[in-house]
Design a protein around this ligand. Sequence first.
Ligand code: 5AD
Ligand code: SF4
Length: 477
Amino acid sequence: MNHEKNLAENIDELNRQKNIIRQLRIKYDEEYKKTGKHKTYVVKTYGCQMNAHDSEKLQGIMEEIGYHPAEKEQNADFVIYNTCCVRENAEQKVLGNLGSLKPYKEKNPNFKIAICGCMMQEEHILKKIKEKYNHVDIIFGTFNLYKFPELLQTHLETGEMIIDIWNEHQDIVEDLPSIRKDSFKASVNIMYGCNNFCSYCIVPYVRGRERSRLPEEIIAEIKALVQDGVKEIMLLGQNVNSYGKTLENGYTFPSLLEDIAKIKGLERIRFMTSHPKDLSDELIDVMKQYDNICKHLHLPMQSGSTRILKQMNRKYTKEHYLQLVEKIRLAMPDISLTTDIIVGFPGETEEDFKETLDVVEKVKFNGAFTFLYSKRTGTPAATIKNQVSEEIAKKRFNQLLNLLDPLIYENNLKQKEQIVKVLVEESNQQDPTSLTGRSDKNHLVHFKGDPSLIGQIVPVKITEVKTYYLLGEKVNE
Ligand code: 5AD
Ligand code: SF4
């Protein structure tokens, strides 16, 4: 009952926003009739795939209102920054770029700036923007993105700076227009928020508590995408392995993945991110069983030291991580494993760091995102006394890369002479006769071919390998 009521309220809310979009469109068209000039927009995205997906919704809204995409902020009438606060340098970049928009605003008062996303959920950042960046027109957060049409309308009517930040989610409102960058692949959120509170991470504070979308909604969305020609779906969640915990019907991520794998015409399924602490045997079984589930797993280890993992509140040990990898590789020997590693977590000693190097050597990852620890105000790790000096952290970071890169290259060598299936994504910008795509195992592959192949899955024989990409030749089926 309660659920039905929520659903009805969500539909009402959605219709309200859609109505506002229509009203804004009428205004836009009237203005266009007078000026004969289309207005343009840019959405600039910082951070993760979740943000990239939110940006698609913002782009969809802008285009339904009538705006056309612009290449650069300088040439646009409307700029939206969708921000990330996972690491401090991303924040600095946003503030720097925001500052550099000020002269455009001074020259052209009709130039509009909106800023949203994770950074806006941080009180000290919001305060800073209100005080020092008052050339911004609209500010909103991660929980109310769907209200953007209303915020925009209010701003256009009043001319005032509009700020709307919620501290927690209310309902999940989906189905606003969205622009997919590619016609052949799409991302689908299966859940929002995170309950894990890793001690270094700000995500649980800015994205709120974990909540799963209903399976029937997810499956309907994917079926519609497949009908629309989508070949590859990326399922998104901060920790997909805890999908379903808020649904209370025993339906888990493996159940969802299996139901999605059965959708006719869906050629490839990817998902991220998997927390090692609750990756189940059922998930391994389902992955193994279905050919259309890509044999690639992103499994962030963060550190190889059990002591540091405990401080990070990751809830697994070095041994557990290694056993898990062994189990996964036993079931799927050629799976591609990638990871995230943080270097310089507070209190990390040389011994701890050696443990990280040890896991890297043992696992021989196929790829890794490496990060220097970044102190995030409000997280437990920020208050730990013995922070690692920048000099030591950087030294370890380079040491880690020096170990990782040759191992990744060596792993890539196994792909040589193999025929891999590549979903062709784009022409190579430097060389238009070359195409770029991703293999099932998520390798970036370049090969010669005609742009008409973009969006198709084609067999490519790998002829040469590098650390970060593979080169090949298209072969016949
Ligand atoms: N400092 C450095 N890296 C971080 N990550 C998350 N928070 C921090 C932080 N404070 C990294 C983790 C996570 C990835 C998305 O970002 O490795 O898996
Ligand atoms: Fe952050 Fe940990 Fe949640 Fe990932 S699982 S979003 S690292 S708190």
